[in-house]
Design a protein around this ligand. Structure first.
Ligand SMILES: [Cu+2]
Length: 401
């Protein structure tokens, strides 16, 4: 009987705890003291409030919500990730232990000029940090939730074998820390995400990333690697407008009803529309140059939470696709590859012709909602492959290609 009572009390406590935090979540004023997450270390300064915005600069606590695709470990050999930095690489003779620490911060960030959203993040940017290891490695994972957070969070790693993908042992209250040690049994490109209820709400606020588990011996070398994740953002602005019609709207509210209807306001790569374009395009950022003849590997995740992605690079063909994120199943010379919600792919290709290449979800209306990224390739023209004979420079310049 006593055992039954203990179980009942435990179940009741969990339900009460969850409902209490859900109530707080749904009723808390977004710009109150509870959402005053600090600007994360390493966050780039951008997205300053524009004239006419209803948001005060003090309310914007996350500056530069988008993690750039180049922000990822360049090998599976780092043994420590903390404070936004991978360190202590080793020369492998076998499996290693990777100690990774994520800091959760909640806050307000700009989504398009003059328009803001509440984001919940791993390490202050979207997607969260990429973890990269090798089959047989041990992940010693630490999750810290800021004392200023308004709710608990956790992580479900799709790479983890065990209950909840770790989420049941990583439930972390504001101000607390959790630790979980797991062995990475199977190679692949896996997503991770917060799984605290309501799960779609937490995912929709930006709590996801990729964990890459390379096969024993590692992946073949390429010249460049990048990290992209697609997602949808659901707000009270609904799904009828294009992203460029939603500038200067102040703070939009998260709207789970539009999530139920699968009508996103924005569909984005790395956290917000146009976050990987212009001066932040791949091959244009931080002195990174992609030259003709180089090989490129993209680790591409899609967290949804609703849509699959028809991932396509305009003007390129994927030489190799790690289908569904599995290194055991590779396809070749693929135009568009499907990425399920909660899934990932790896794609590799050699860039041959200089110019700008646009990465899209080829469910193509989604480019209106922000699902556009750019890759810039430099080098001499290749008339043996791509030769302009007669064309209108004026029209070509306005086509976006
Ligand atoms: Cu969460």
């Amino acid at each position: 009987m006593a055992r039954v009572l203990v179980v009942f009390a435990a179940v009741f406590s969990v339900i009460f705890f969850t409902l209490t935090y859900l109530a707080v979540t749904h009723n808390a004023p977004l710009l109150g003291g509870g959402a005053s997450a600090t600007v994360p270390a390493g966050a780039t300064s951008s997205a300053a409030p524009v004239a006419g915005s209803s948001i005060s600069p003090d309310a914007v606590t996350i500056r530069g919500i988008s993690r750039h695709p180049s922000d990822m470990p360049d090998s599976p050999n780092y043994t420590v990730y903390e404070g936004g930095t991978w360190s202590k690489p080793v020369r492998r003779t076998g499996p290693i232990t990777i100690t990774a620490t994520f800091q959760i911060t909640e806050g307000i960030a700009q989504v398009v000029d003059g328009t803001y959203l509440e984001y919940w993040t791993f390490d202050g940017a979207v997607p969260g940090p990429m973890i990269r290891g090798m089959e047989g490695d041990t992940l010693d994972f630490h999750l810290k939730n800021s004392a200023t957070s308004t709710m608990p969070h956790d992580v479900d790693f799709h790479a983890v074998t065990g209950p909840g993908g770790g989420a049941t042992r990583l439930l972390t209250a504001p101000g607390a820390e959790s630790e979980l040690k797991v062995k990475l049994l199977h190679p692949g490109i896996y997503v991770y995400h917060c799984a605290f209820p309501d799960i779609p709400t937490h995912i929709s606020h930006g709590m996801y990333g990729l964990i890459v588990v390379e096969p024993k011996g590692g992946l073949p070398k390429v010249d460049h690697e990048y990290y992209l994740m697609q997602s949808e953002l659901y707000t009270d602005a609904g799904g009828a407008k294009s992203a460029n019609e939603l500038t200067n709207k102040g703070l939009l509210q998260y709207d789970g009803t539009n999530g139920n209807l699968e009508e996103p306001t924005f569909v984005v790569w790395n956290g917000r529309p146009a976050s990987v374009t212009g001066e932040r395009a791949i091959g244009m950022f931080n002195g990174d140059v992609v030259k003709t003849g180089d090989t490129v590997r993209l680790f591409v995740g899609n967290i949804g939470p609703n849509f699959s992605s028809s991932f396509h690079a305009i003007g390129e063909i994927f030489d190799t696709v790690d289908v569904e994120g599995s290194f055991a199943l590779q396809n070749h010379w693929v135009q568009s590859t499907e990425i399920p919600a909660g899934g990932a792919v790896g794609v590799e290709f050699r860039v041959e012709v200089p110019g700008d290449y646009t990465l899209v979800d080829h469910a193509i209306f989604r480019i209106h909602k922000g699902a556009v990224a750019s890759l810039h390739v430099t080098g001499a023209d290749r008339p043996d492959i791509y030769q302009s004979i007669t064309y209108s420079k004026e029209l070509a310049g306005s086509s976006g290609h």
